[in-house]
Design a protein around this ligand. Structure first.
Ligand code: ADP
Length: 641
């Protein structure tokens, strides 16, 4: 019989093959899970990126639609303007009607000047022929003035304006400055009525400045120059660039002109050729840091144009951008920046002007690009945590399955060792009995030696019977079928009976066993046969696992209100790591191996079972090399075993 498997190290040691199988079985799903998890994370990242891309794409689409709606609104105004039913132009936007390469009408924002202005019809000069003859040929200035005054009172605005201009001139020549100034003031009120190639107001103010300067009224001249400057910069009259430049020479332009209208006037000059060449369209450009947009259309009545600050178009976008959580940049056809909500960082979505039909490209990016990364990191942590949890669950389940299988295998192996051990135990008394019986059958034994032979035969028979009963008891205990017949007994009596039996059986070793007890009987309620069996197993072990003749002490004493029966030897002792395992069935310890002691490994298991069935405890106190002490602790007269 090999002790290798029977020993404790054999029991707790992990069979390499089983471990390899377990690792392979648990490892494959774990690796598969790992790979799956990795792919899942990868896929999750791709999905997250796609989701962000889709979000930005849809945001860019919404912005494009919003801008398109704004421009379409302008375009519908174009049609209305063309049909003469124009609603007021949106704020910051100028509406122009260009006829014969000149601005014929305007609405909305008034620009200081336009590239070209359609000349307006002035009063025919022959109306003044007679008056001018008086003024220039006949030098009858008073007569001429009277004639001009008469003409200035007509209803025709052109004639009136031209008459007032001439009246002023005539009065000036007569050095009637106050009257001349009054004539110009009247002319000034005629605003943009054309006269001598310019709007009446500009011309009148110009004349007043000259006249005031001439008469030495410097302050009044200055005031007039400032008023002229204001009229020019506010675009009160429809003039072209050359007229503007001419009058601004003597005008006092305001220190802080309206930047939008100045920039828009410059932008209009840039766009002018495009408006005239192309039949219609949309455009946007940046001028001096301000973004402008235009829509125009050529109609039978002329080219209708709307041009203005993009601010009116992008204002509704701000709330949308906030809601969508994106930043946007609008760029013109050359990539120049028209407008931006915030500088756009990182990868985003683009709607080019070609695909949208808008005059600008829209670039969109997430306002907080870190959010996506943070969301992904959180999801990755969650997935990672889930994976680790799954690994732990699989590992724990695997460990318990492995332990159970290992335990079953070990028990199976111990069981087969047990069968071999039992057969071996049986063989020695049987061999002795067979030998003795053969000798008796042959009749060769001397007469005087016969009693000795019969004694030996009886001893072997009892030993065999004891072994068989021991096994039967074990079988019953294991099957849970053992019935205990409880009766009033005494621990001292029990010990004495077991020790007496032992001494009877032991030949030379009987004196080793010492019983220490007080005179007390230590009453018990127990099954005497079962309790004797437990005690006998402990005593047998003490004998087996300690050197011959070393003392064995059995003590009966009260311990913490219980009755204690201890069996103490000075043998090999039991290593601490074996002290629990030796109570398991079929387990044999180091001492059995070291001393090469025969046994089946059921003695302690049986003793423990019996003691527990009596409501007690079997305790072990052992130090390797010093000996072992097994103590049965039983309740004193318990009601129930
Ligand atoms: P067996 O004695 O048949 O091996 P037991 O169940 O009685 O089976 O004992 C289990 C093991 O406990 C023994 O193999 C032995 O290693 C150890 N053992 C039991 N009693 C003692 C003792 N008194 N001294 C040292 N070792 C002991």
């Amino acid at each position: 019989m090999s002790y290798k498997k029977m020993t404790l190290s054999g029991f707790v040691g992990i069979p390499v093959k089983l471990l390899a199988q377990f690792l392979a079985l648990a490892g494959i799903p774990l690796v598969a899970l790992g790979v799956l998890g990795w792919h899942l994370l990868d896929q999750d990242r791709a999905i997250e990126n796609q989701r962000l891309k889709d979000r930005l794409d849809s945001a860019a689409g919404q912005l494009a639609r919003e801008l398109d709606r704004g421009l379409a609104g302008w375009e519908s105004q174009l049609l209305a303007a063309d049909s003469g039913h124009a609603a007021p132009a949106p704020s910051g936007v100028a509406t122009l009607v260009i006829v014969s390469r000149g601005v014929a009408q305007r609405d909305g924002v008034r620009l200081p000047y336009y590239p070209h202005v359609l000349p307006k019809r002035e009063a025919p000069s022959d109306v003044f022929a007679a008056s001018e003859k008086l003024e220039f040929r006949e030098r009858d200035l008073a007569g001429a003035a009277a004639s001009y005054r008469k003409l200035a009172s007509t209803d025709t605005r052109g004639v009136r304006a031209a008459a007032l201009l001439r009246l002023g001139r005539c009065l000036r020549s007569q050095r009637q400055f106050e009257s001349a100034l009054a004539a110009y003031t009247e002319l000034e009120a005629m605003s943009d009525t054309p006269v001598a190639g310019a709007p009446a107001e500009l011309l009148a103010r110009h004349e007043r400045i000259v006249l005031l300067a001439l008469t030495g009224a410097r302050e009044a001249a200055q005031r007039e120059a400032a008023t002229l400057g204001l009229a020019l910069s506010q675009g009160r009259v429809l003039i072209d660039r050359a007229t503007f430049d001419f009058y601004s020479q003597e005008a006092l332009l305001p220190g802080q002109p309206d930047r939008t209208s100045v920039q828009l006037a410059e932008t209009v000059e840039e766009w002018w050729p495009m408006w005239l060449e192309q039949p219609g369209g949309r455009a946007a450009r940046n001028s001096g840091g301000l973004a402008f947009a235009t829509v125009w259309r050529r109609t039978p009545g002329g080219t209708v144009v709307m041009a203005g600050s993009m601010e009116t178009l992008v204002r509704p976008l701000s709330a949308l951008l906030r809601n969508l959580g994106v930043d946007a940049v609008l760029e013109d056809a050359t990539g120049g920046r028209l407008w931006e909500s915030q500088p756009v960082i990182g990868q985003g979505a683009i709607r080019s002007l070609r695909e949208t039909g808008l005059p600008c490209t829209i670039r969109v990016a997430a306002s907080d690009p870190g959010t996506a990364t943070r969301v992904f990191a959180a999801r990755r942590r969650l997935l990672g945590g889930g994976f680790v949890l799954m690994v732990l669950v699989i590992a724990a389940a695997g460990y318990f399955v492995f332990r159970a299988v290992n335990r079953e295998l070990t028990v199976a192996s111990l069981q087969s060792e047990f069968v071999a051990a039992v057969s071996h135990e049986f063989r020695s008394p049987l061999t002795a009995m067979r030998h003795l019986t053969e000798m008796l059958e042959e009749g060769t034994v001397e007469q005087e030696r016969l009693p000795k032979y019969y004694l030996a035969l009886g001893k072997e028979t009892r030993r065999l019977q004891g072994m068989v009963e021991n096994l039967l008891d074990f079988g019953r205990i294991e099957a849970g079928k053992q019935v205990y017949h409880l009766e009033e007994t005494s621990a001292t009596d029990l010990v004495r009976r077991v020790v007496d039996d032992f001494r009877e059986g032991a030949s030379g070793d009987a004196d080793r066993v010492q019983v220490e007890s007080t005179t007390d009987r230590f009453p018990l309620r127990a099954d005497p046969h079962a309790m004797a069996l437990a005690l006998r197993n402990l005593l047998d072990n003490a004998v087996k696992y300690s050197p011959a003749r070393s003392p064995i002490t059995i003590r009966v004493e009260p311990i913490n209100g219980l009755t204690g029966i201890s069996v103490e030897d000075r043998g090999l002792g039991i290593p601490s790591e074996e002290q629990q395992e030796v109570f398991r069935k079929f387990v044999r310890g180091t001492s059995a191996k070291t001393l090469n002691v025969k046994g089946t490994g059921i003695g302690l298991a049986m003793a423990d079972h019996i003691v527990r069935a009596h409501g007690g405890l079997l305790e072990l106190d052992s130090r390797p090399g010093c000996g072992s002490k097994f103590t049965i602790l039983l309740p004193v007269r318990p009601d129930q075993p």
